[in-house]
Design a protein around this ligand. Sequence first.
Ligand code: PEP
Length: 255
Amino acid sequence: MNKALRKAVIAGNWKMNKTPAEARELLEAIKPLVKDADCDVIACVPFVDLDAALETVKGSNIAIGAENCHWEASGAYTGEISAPMLASMQVPYVIIGHSERRTYFGETDVTVNKRVRAALDNGLTVILCVGEYLEQREQGVTDEVVAMQTKIALMGVSAEELKRIIIAYEPVWAIGTGKTATAAQANEVCAMIRATVAGLYSKEDADALTIQYGGSMNAKNAEELLDQPDVDGGLIGGASLKPADFAEIVKAASR
Ligand code: PEP
């Protein structure tokens, strides 16, 4: 299996933006612009927007995701949301291990793995984020860091469950900074992740895995990034809040 046989996935990560009413408005604007997409289209939204978002996209080709979930099903974890809670709302996707969670909220490779397990156990599909800090890239340890994040996050995940994992390679220095990895840099690390997954599972499993690039992807640079043989889609932050820009990226992934 090669890139031509993997469906591209474009996922928006809205981060901490939009009230439920604004979420409805944004999705209503995006819906007609992406209705002919030849790729999967996902909007990952704040927890409080999930209900409105799920209702707004009914009958459309947009799927909804959450931006995180806890590893326990319930308990004394003030402020957290569990995977069974998301499953009970029929939320199909969840982002796990975003660099903002790792940087600002003490997420570690081990807690990422626990959250991945909980999401899979509850039937969700995971968008698993990995990526290096600028200092790590400058020290020449990008491959080691990203391979380690990938291996730890996938601990205890079976080959069958891997079919419900999308990996998003997001160099931390490119997120929200306007600095994009070059197409060659993005492809190189996505290919390395695929080789790592092939080592853990099989070449066939790795060839079937969707690997996205994320980090200041926008309407202008999307085509070149998405053209790369190992880049199967994008995780989009800032541009996912702008309907026309998000639609351009979806269009680029549909070509
Ligand atoms: C992200 O939040 O995952 C992201 C890639 O953000 P941005 O596109 O704004 O860099």
